[in-house]
Design a protein around this ligand. Structure first.
Ligand code: THU
Length: 140
């Protein structure tokens, strides 16, 4: 199935993610990452990585986008695009963070070294994080 039919909004999501990447604060790693979440209601919320001199405090672009969406009252995520100059793959912490809001989330992996408008790779969160840890209501 084509990306256009699976996620018709992919171009807008890719553009937003690439634009967010411009805001990345990554003076230590020089690894500039952008992310854009598409909510169920069709809104797009972005994030970029924010590094810190105390390295462990660094926050990934995906989690910044997720926190921004939640803080704006949006908790139902349909897809996330991650943009990076190279092959992007969310870290394990971000996979766990995203599964909270949609275990069936669609991910678009956008390598910015390819042309704008070129289709990013589509993967599912279920492929990247099989058998995630979850606290289901009533399970304890
Ligand atoms: N980073 C992200 O923003 N997202 C990922 O999925 C992987 C890593 C950031 C964190 C740090 O600022 C830099 O990339 C290098 O790890």
């Amino acid at each position: 199935m084509s990306l256009d039919s699976r996620l018709p909004e992919w171009r807008a999501l890719q553009a937003a993610s690439r634009s967010a990447r411009q805001q990345a604060w990554a003076p230590y790693s020089q690894f500039f990452v952008g992310a854009a979440i598409l909510t169920e209601s069709g809104e797009i919320v972005t994030g970029c990585n924010v590094e810190n001199a105390s390295y462990g405090l660094t926050i990934c672009a995906e989690r910044v986008a997720a926190c921004s969406a939640v803080a704006s009252g949006m908790r139902r995520f349909r897809a996330i695009c991650v943009s990076l100059d190279g092959p992007p793959l969310p870290c394990g912490a971000c996979r766990q963070f995203l599964v909270e809001f949609n275990p069936d989330l669609i991910l678009l992996l956008d390598d910015t070294s390819s042309d704008v408008g070129r289709e990013p790779e589509l993967v599912l969160l279920t492929e990247l994080l099989p058998r995630p840890f979850r606290l289901e209501a009533g399970s304890r």
